[in-house]
Design a protein around this ligand. Structure first.
Ligand code: UD1
Ligand code: CA
Length: 457
């Protein structure tokens, strides 16, 4: 059975109080709609999903240019039935249509597979859930024999119907042929003057078709986002799930409530992750790494046994085995660190290659540089890579020792084995194996010198 997923996403999302279309708000670093599109592709990989949009079509398309999606506009939001009607011309008669929502981001592929498996030969399948507080949802009406006979919207419901706790999450699997027959017949004779997709249930029952119900594994799967409070609630739920999954796989997440994964992570064995860590984009963490508290790591690969100490920010970097980073280190894009490199506190590294065993442990800036093996960069070393117009390279050979407080004015090359005396300003290439001194002032002392004193007010 070919499954055509249609994602309804035409609602404006007024209660988000935001210029950003609702479905573009981020959950785990990804727009809500992207979560749903990915799930759609997972359950029906061969059929391009259709998204019904209403507002800001350009913004939406631009955001999802990398995914294959068919976009259908619903110019006026006249109800869920009217929304789905817009997609019908694109749908094959013998497909089954699976209805999802752009603002119900956590619906799980497993639950949808169960729904697909439950679909009767000639009839439809839908999700239902039992909620202690069913407020706001359509209620499921069943007959004496327990068969579903209709959905009644809360606004149209009687007191007795409102007491029903089985609700309609709005997710259905329906043969396209039936939709093509039913949707044009929907009427908006109800409290909200909308064309309700929910009315197809009673239509199916009138034709004596079976309506099967399946329950989601967790109620958060069917939770819709109408405001930021709901979004954050789902974010916390989802993050907790991700952290628990890592724990189940053996990653030592010290507090699953204090890890945020906004992207995809691949984590090796014997890894420890302390509290308040954020992973963004694609992050790969090798075996035996220790990620200390308060670290942000984005689009980065860490080799085995890397230690990232507290309060470091690492972005778009490749960090080889045995490196020690931080505390308070900043590794910026384009940084490639060889094995056992140490980058210490208040050291910024940008677009630089630093080879095996080199160390910059305190208060330095290494930008646009190439540093060889076993180099020691003294405290307060600055690569002056920017002349006000262009960036230039600093090349430092193997076994160089840069004395503290030195400025390396790029473009410049320090030959291998050279030693730069503390406080030097290097403006010319330094030959290998020499001691280079540039200080011009002899040290002198002034006797009886008085410090300035504060003037009395
Ligand atoms: C709908 C269901 C209700 C169910 C609830 C689950 C109907 C009539 N009712 O109610 O039984 O319990 O969802 O959350 O279907 N949308 C469009 N175009 C429209 C209207 C809506 O694309 O013209 C989209 C919205 O963007 C939203 C979704 O459909 O993502 C649901 O719309 P909403 O108006 O919130 O429906 P509910 O009243 O919540
Ligand atoms: Ca809703």
């Amino acid at each position: 059975m070919a499954i055509q997923v249609v994602i309804l996403a035409a609602g404006q999302g007024k209660r988000m109080y935001s210029a950003l279309p609702k479905v573009l708000h981020l959950l785990a670093g990804k727009p809500m709609l992207e979560h749903v599109i990915s799930t759609a592709i997972a359950v029906s990989p061969k059929v391009t999903p259709i998204v019904i949009y209403g507002h800001e079509g350009e913004k939406l398309r631009a955001q999802f240019a990398h995914l294959s999606v068919r976009w259908v506009e619903q110019r006026e939001q006249l109800g869920t039935g009217h929304a789905l009607l817009q997609a019908l011309p694109l749908i094959h008669d013998d497909d089954h249509v699976l209805v999802l929502y752009g603002d119900v981001p956590l619906i799980a592929a497993d639950t949808l597979q169960k729904l697909i498996a439950a679909a009767p030969q000639n009839g439809l399948a839908m999700l239902t859930a039992h909620l202690d507080k069913p407020t706001g949802y359509g209620r499921i009406k069943r007959d004496q024999a327990g068969r579903i006979i209709a959905i009644v919207e809360e606004k149209d419901a009687t007191e007795t119907e409102r007491a029903i706790r089985e609700i309609n999450p709005g997710i259905y699997l329906v043969p396209a042929m039936h939709l093509k027959k039913w949707l044009p017949r929907l009427k908006n004779h109800n409290e909200q003057k909308e064309y309700y997709l929910t009315d197809i249930i009673a239509m199916a029952v009138a034709e004596k078709l079976t309506v099967e119900a399946v329950q989601p594994a967790m109620v958060e799967e069917i939770a819709g986002v109408n405001d930021k409070l709901a979004l954050v609630h789902l974010e916390r739920f989802h993050q907790r799930q991700l952290a628990e999954n890592l724990l189940r796989q053996g990653v030592m997440v010290l507090d699953p409530n204090r890890l945020d994964i906004r992207g995809e992570v691949k984590i090796g064995r014997e890894v420890i992750i302390d509290v308040n860590v954020i992973f963004e984009g694609r992050v790969v963490i090798g075996d035996g790494c220790v990620i200390g508290p308060n670290n942000i790591i984005r689009d980065t690969t860490l080799g085995a046994k890397v230690i990232v100490k507290t309060n470091s920010v690492i972005e778009e970097a490749e960090i080889a085995a045995g490196c020690v980073i931080g505390p308070f280190a900043r590794i910026r894009p384009g940084s490639v660190l060889g094995t056992e490199v140490h980058i210490g506190n208040f050291v910024e590294v940008k677009n630089s290659k630093i080879d095996h065993g080199s160390k910059a442990n305190h208060l330095s800036y290494l930008g646009d540089s190439e540093v060889g093996k076993r180099v020691n960069i003294g405290a307060g070393t600055i690569t002056c890579n920017y002349d006000g117009a262009n960036k230039h390279k600093t090349i430092i050979g193997d076994d160089v020792h840069i004395g503290s407080g030195s400025e390396l004015v790029a473009p410049v090359t320090i030959g291998e084995g050279a030693t730069i005396a503390a406080g030097s300003t290097i403006t010319q290439d330094a030959p290998a194996h020499q001691l280079i001194l540039t200080q011009q002032l002899q040290q002198r002392g002034i006797k009886d010198w008085q410090r300035p004193v504060k003037k009395a007010k």
